[in-house]
Design a protein around this ligand. Sequence first.
Ligand SMILES: [Zn+2]
Length: 346
Amino acid sequence: MHERRSALIAIAALVATGVTAAARFAAERAHAAPSLSSTQCKLPAATGGDLGAGFPVGDQALPAVGTLDAAMIFVDFEDHPAPRGSLLKAESNLRILFVTLDSLRYDVARAALQAGQTPRLAKILPGGAWEERRTPGTFTLPAHIAFFSGFLPKLPQPLQPPRLWECRPPAFKTVDAGAFVFDAPNLLTGLAQHGYRTVCIGGVTYSSRETPLGSVLPDMFEEDHWRPQFCSPEPGSPRHQVDHALTVAEQYANHALFLFVNVSATHVPHGHYTGDSGDSWQSQAAALAYADDHLGRLVDGLTGKKRWLIIMCADHGEAFGEDGYHGRGIAHPAVLNVPFAAWLSE
Ligand SMILES: [Zn+2]
């Protein structure tokens, strides 16, 4: 446990370092502050009496005497800066690869690895094994919203490792010293503010833009890519997704990059990997076995020349009849238990 905690602290510190280093790119995209008209002001209009009422400005307010056509009050609210020690010394651009293996159960991932069905993952995962974690969301949308809000799957125990990143909390809350604190509503916006290019390689239909709801997750990124070939009905989807991800990474070879890939192969339907009409525990394992070679190709292709922080996990699991349950979106252990791994490439 202590080794794991130390490793995550080290990763968090490097994330902070990489994020800060990328900040110089942010200046290129600095946005001018929008000007507000009087009609956009959310403060109540003061038309008479004590203009200082409601604000601790007292004698700094303009006196409400005589004829006054307009008045402007500057209210200086107290700032709540991010805690010190949060990744604000930058030396290099640490690239980040975040892969979600959609619907992949922890027990399927572990058994496939132990049976030798995923030799590439066995080689690249830290310690040659998956961590067992609990997801914060039981289906694709809430799980990814949680991930992108800073909440990664947690260990199945009370004591948790330090968080890699989190949204700036209220002033009364404390933050792990090494965590990357982004002053933004989500991780993607926070990374973009620090000069990162955020790219989504979509998989399941929550990232396809085929519907308004399917645009919620892609809209969080600066750039998103989806093709029908990336989706689970296509048996070769991992190959197409990884080909595209490597092309995008090459395009941003000299830029800080947050590359997200939602691997759809392990999401239903995957019966085609075993020649069955239905989906099962075994067909999900077969889907993962097919994806294994391409996941290895992705990691090897990215990390040959650059250093990457890599996070791989499932967004949630899938019930295949346990206790009568099928599918996801339910608080069942088959859905809540997910494989997880995070490491720095050599
Ligand atoms: Zn999902």
